[in-house]
Design a protein around this ligand. Structure first.
Ligand code: ADP
Length: 368
């Protein structure tokens, strides 16, 4: 009898005091009817068992897979090598891992699968076989692609009218300013700020598309990091009267990379620091350098981020769940774009944070 205990996902509490017992027959029934493809591999990447789901997904009979390695199944070199690498990883570490791969099937054409590889141990603790569960994610991938295309088209379509609105607002602002019409000038200033917010959102959406397509195109120039920080702090300080931004330390090395994009990272960290510390009064930017890299930190004394959320905030469209979404509005793109820019400069980005105490975001830039 195999024993399975069910846990509540969020509280981690056992749902039943007595474990559910599954016999070998039960397990066999589950695997035989499972919609996902379940396989057992040996250490040499040879298929020992596969459930009938594979026949439905590929149109190839189950027995044709048995005792074949991924290479013998005609998988292209790159994907066979990938499978072998993942199997060796599970064998040598005893840890589970995941893999995504395409497979050209006679029945359904090119399909994409997401696979979880789990080790199975002998009584001596050696990984003897590897259990894999593969799910067909072709439809999800197509949907994601469609979403990305829509985001790309919408953001491009929005850019031109918003740019024209910005120009018109500025012309009108100058006209009414000259005429001394303070009331209308004030209204136009509000409009101008809202248009800036829209421009920022459109810019973020366009950058996300560029990153996904791998076409962000970074410059590789030498620039003074301290001057850039000062320039950006001055700019941000003009629009943020609620907080005072301090700069501590300096870099003795020049930075190398795309000055505009690094500036974008700093602006994003600073505006986040201000937005997410509504009661805070100061923001501290620290700069330091050694022979290999420059490190920059942006510290706030705001709402902070819970430990379990800290890794996820750099994901695309990710926003922390337990904050007031209506008060702290955003798309969850700024940190994703920042981390991609930093990574493409071969730097690192991370956060140290405590709820209700504050956060410090750090990033490094190699100087060579
Ligand atoms: P946005 O702020 O537009 O939602 P970001 O990608 O910049 O998107 O940030 C992702 C999430 O990380 C935010 O929704 C917020 O919950 C959290 N976050 C970012 N910066 C801070 C900060 N300085 N303090 C607390 N939470 C933050």
């Amino acid at each position: 009898m195999a024993e399975l205990t069910w846990y509540n996902k969020t509280s981690s509490r056992k749902l039943r005091s007595k474990p559910v017992k599954l016999s070998k027959k039960d397990i066999f029934a589950v695997t035989e009817h499972a919609p996902d493809i379940i396989c057992r591999f040996d250490r040499e990447c040879r298929l020992l068992y596969v459930n009938p789901a594979i026949e439905l997904a590929t149109g190839i009979p189950t027995h044709a897979f048995i005792n074949k390695t991924t290479r013998e199944l005609g998988m292209p070199e790159e994907h066979s090598a990938n499978w072998e690498d993942k199997i060796s990883f599970v064998v040598s570490t005893g840890e589970q891992t995941t893999l995504e791969f395409p497979f050209l099937t006679p029945a359904n054409g090119l399909r994409f699968f997401h696979t979880v590889l789990v080790p199975e141990f002998t009584s001596d603790g050696v990984v003897d076989t590897i259990l894999t569960v593969s799910r067909d994610i072709t439809e999800k991938k197509e949907l994601d692609k469609k979403k990305e295309e829509t985001v790309s088209i919408v953001s491009h379509e929005l850019k031109t009218p918003v740019t024209s609105l910005k120009l018109t607002t500025q012309v009108l602002k100058k006209k009414f300013d000259r005429e001394g019409n303070d009331n209308i000038t004030r209204q136009l200033e509000i409009m101008d700020k809202q248009i800036d917010k829209l421009t920022n959102i459109i810019g973020n959406l366009m950058d996300t598309t560029r990153i996904e397509k791998g076409s962000i195109g970074l410059k590789n120039e030498k620039f003074n990091f301290n001057d850039l920080i000062k320039e950006i702090v001055d700019d941000v300080q003009k629009t943020a009267k609620s907080h005072k931004i301090f700069i501590k330390g300096e870099s003795r090395k020049a930075a190398i990379g795309d000055k505009f994009r690094i500036g974008q990272v700093i602006t994003n960290l600073l505006t986040n620091a201000i937005r997410y510390s509504p009661g805070g009064e100061k923001i501290i930017v620290t700069i330091s350098s050694d022979k290999d890299s420059i490190t920059c930190g942006v510290q706030d004394f705001g709402i902070g981020i819970a430990k379990d959320q800290q890794k996820r905030i750099f994901e695309r469209f990710y926003r922390v769940k337990d904050i007031d979404q209506a008060f702290y509005m955003g798309l969850g793109l700024g940190l994703y774009i920042s981390s991609e820019i930093v990574k493409q400069h071969k730097g690192k980005i991370w956060v140290k944070s405590k709820p209700n105490v504050g956060s410090t975001f750090f990033f490094t830039l190699p100087v060579k």
